[in-house]
Design a protein around this ligand. Structure first.
Ligand code: TYD
Length: 203
């Protein structure tokens, strides 16, 4: 298959089910002959994974949290995302900048414009070709997380935090609807897969 390499991101609040579907989605693309790498944020590089460990466990002020997210992202873009796309590989990332707007902007209430400045600084000329946003009511996402034994610093947040995260995602989708496929993640795994298959057919 000779199509241009694509950069695809998966987004949604904790418990939306995006990680489960991401692995399956990547396999489907590989079966169609694409060379696909799967990566994640925060993380994706050795330094990024160290920053992830800190970000998920260590309390810090909001600005620090946002800047560390974008620092890990810059490393990720330069070391992994751009080289892979440049060599014709498709890149699927479990989260990217939309998560910073949703969590640090929506959830934590950080100034949206400051986040836009960080985004402009770190990737002025790069955006995902497609973002799959797994949208789910907060109560359902919380129920799905209820069985997890260890919850990180974000997953431990309360319902109102996640309502703001969801609203943050909606704000991003509204500003740029053509980049997103909104998945109704409250539906069954099988129904979601059907929607993903329809999306793959369009790629
Ligand atoms: P997550 O993908 O949920 O990891 P896991 O499935 O292993 O729990 O990501 C970790 C957390 O990081 C998640 O709660 C959201 C948060 N996060 C931000 O707050 N801002 C960001 O920019 C990114 C990329 C993630």
């Amino acid at each position: 298959m000779t199509s241009m390499a694509k950069f695809i991101t998966f987004e949604g609040m904790d418990g939306a089910g995006k990680s489960t579907h991401l692995a399956w989605f990547a396999d489907m693309l590989r079966q169609r002959g694409q060379d696909v790498i799967v990566t994640r944020e925060p993380g994706g590089t050795p330094l990024g994974e160290q920053l992830r460990e800190i970000l998920l466990n260590q309390p810090m002020c909001i600005g620090t949290e946002a800047m560390l997210m974008f620092a890990a992202r810059l490393e990720h873009i330069e070391q992994i995302i751009r080289p892979a796309l440049g060599s014709g590989k498709w890149v699927i990332s479990d989260r990217f900048s939309d998560a910073s707007f949703a969590y640090q902007g929506g959830g934590r209430g950080m100034d949206w414009q400051k986040l836009e400045q960080l985004e402009q600084w770190v990737h002025p000329d790069l955006q995902p070709d497609l973002t799959l946003f797994f949208d789910v009511p907060v109560e359902i996402a919380r129920q799905r997380l209820a069985n997890n034994i260890s919850l990180d610093r974000f997953e431990q947040e309360q319902t109102d935090f996640f309502e703001r995260v969801r609203a943050g995602y909606h704000q991003r989708v509204k500003a740029n609807p053509q980049r997103y496929a909104v998945i109704d993640a409250a539906r069954s795994l099988e129904q979601v897969k059907q929607q993903l298959e329809a999306i793959i057919a369009t790629l």
